[in-house]
Write a protein that binds this ligand. Structure first.
Ligand SMILES: Nc1ncnc2c1ncn2[C@@H]1O[C@H](COP(=O)(O)OP(=O)(O)OP(=O)(O)O)[C@@H](O)[C@H]1O
Ligand SMILES: [Mg+2]
Length: 372
């Protein structure tokens, strides 16, 4: 059965069946608790991205799933099998780390076959698997070379190949592209996405790069301090962030935030000395009079236009970025970035009128920081 969040390639989709179940797990380093009662289900064939700032516990969670760390509490199930106390090699997983961790003295071919040779796999079968992985990753020409004779991107392909030949049901990736330059990252990101399209294995992919998360994931799990803040499709996380943290973490430049107070009588929010009509906000009925809120609006949801609800401000900085131009201004002392077409032509100190796409905004309660 195919699930609602069809993979963005649209051909194979994601099954309803769970492939990996993380059940109420806790993990501590000594007395420091890193994960506390965390649960997460990953569907068969799903590309799940764990996204969050440095130190939030992404690698810890991945290593718990892989069996490299022992849980203090909870269970891990992989393909209907309770693997909580099983060795990593018995979990049907393939892992790719941030550092390639290839054996320097072995050729690419030997690096790829190492795990299989250790398991006593027949030679013909090993050759067949290596051929298949090398074809998929386009490293056929490199099989006789040693890692030192490869570029960073090629080494990372070999590291991925090493996980592939093991016929894993689930692939775990821990920031596999973070050592590569921007161009290579983009290329390999595309390769990984194609790989997932072709193999349709379950993939759990750790990154703190939001572009990687947005482009690769069927669903993203946004983490902070060992807790999952939001688990949803990339679109939903971008457009309807569950709280201020998620809203500020996803998107570059960040969502613009204005501290405000809601007035029910005219459905306006008061920002400093100014008012903004938010009657078109999707959840306007949930707001209460005098509620302290944070009004959030993404740079691309601000228009330069004059209407009854527009605001006068001045251009303070222009950043041409090729396809887009970012114009910076401020409103009641708050910096505001506006994303415009690359061809837009504004200069420092230009007077502009801006208006907000209220139906695309997000409003958060100031205290709970939850989206209303
Ligand atoms: N061996 C260790 N001993 C003690 N604390 C550790 C150890 N490894 C990690 N930690 C701590 O556990 C927390 C979570 O670390 P983890 O490596 O899971 O973060 P991360 O989200 O993967 O971060 P990054 O994006 O930097 O890789 C951090 O506060 C880190 O300092
Ligand atoms: Mg990490």
């Amino acid at each position: 059965m195919v699930c609602a969040w069809n993979s963005s390639w649209g051909n194979k989709g994601v099954s309803m069946k769970n492939s990996v179940e993380v059940k109420n797990i806790s993990f501590s380093y000594g007395k420091t608790e890193i994960l506390n009662d965390l649960s997460l289900d990953i569907k068969e064939g799903e590309f799940m991205v764990l996204l969050g700032p440095s130190g939030c516990g992404k690698t810890t969670l991945l290593n718990c799933i892989a069996g490299l760390l022992d849980l203090t509490d909870g269970q891990i199930w992989i393909e209907d099998d309770n693997v909580t106390w099983k060795e990593p090699k018995d979990r049907h997983i393939g892992m790719v780390f941030q550092s390639y961790a290839l054996y320097p003295s072995m050729t690419v071919e030997k690096n790829l076959s190492f795990g299989l040779r250790m398991m006593g796999t027949a030679k013909d079968l090993i050759n067949e698997k290596i051929k298949k992985a090398a074809n998929l990753l386009q490293i056929n020409e490199l099989l006789k070379r040693k890692p030192s004779q490869l570029s960073g991107g090629q080494r990372q392909r070999v590291a991925i190949g090493r996980a592939l030949v093991r016929d894993a049901k689930v692939f775990l990736f821990d920031e596999p592209l973070s050592n590569l330059d921007a161009k290579l990252r983009a290329e390999l990101r595309y390769e990984i996405k194609k790989l997932h399209r072709d193999l349709s294995n379950t993939m759990i992919y750790v990154t703190h790069d939001q572009i990687e998360a947005m482009t690769l994931a069927d669903r993203i799990s946004v983490m902070k301090d060992g807790l999952i803040q939001q688990l949803d499709t990339p679109k939903q996380i971008y457009n309807k962030p569950a709280n201020l943290f998620v809203a500020g973490f996803i998107g570059s430049p960040s969502m613009n935030f204005l501290n405000a107070k809601f007035k029910k009588s005219n459905q306006n929010i008061i920002v400093g000395n100014k008012q903004i009509d938010i009657s078109k906000y999707e959840n306007i009925n949930k707001l209460i009079n005098d509620q302290e809120v944070v009004f959030g609006i993404r740079p691309e949801n601000i228009n330069i236009e004059k209407n009854e609800n527009s605001i006068q401000c001045k251009v303070e900085l222009v950043e041409p970025m090729g396809a887009d131009t970012l114009v910076w201004t401020s409103f009641e002392g708050n910096p505001i970035s506006i994303r415009l077409e690359g061809s837009s032509n504004f200069n420092l100190n230009d007077e502009i009128s801006i208006s907000f796409d209220i139906n695309k905004s997000s409003i958060f309660d100031s205290k709970s920081e939850e989206r209303i």
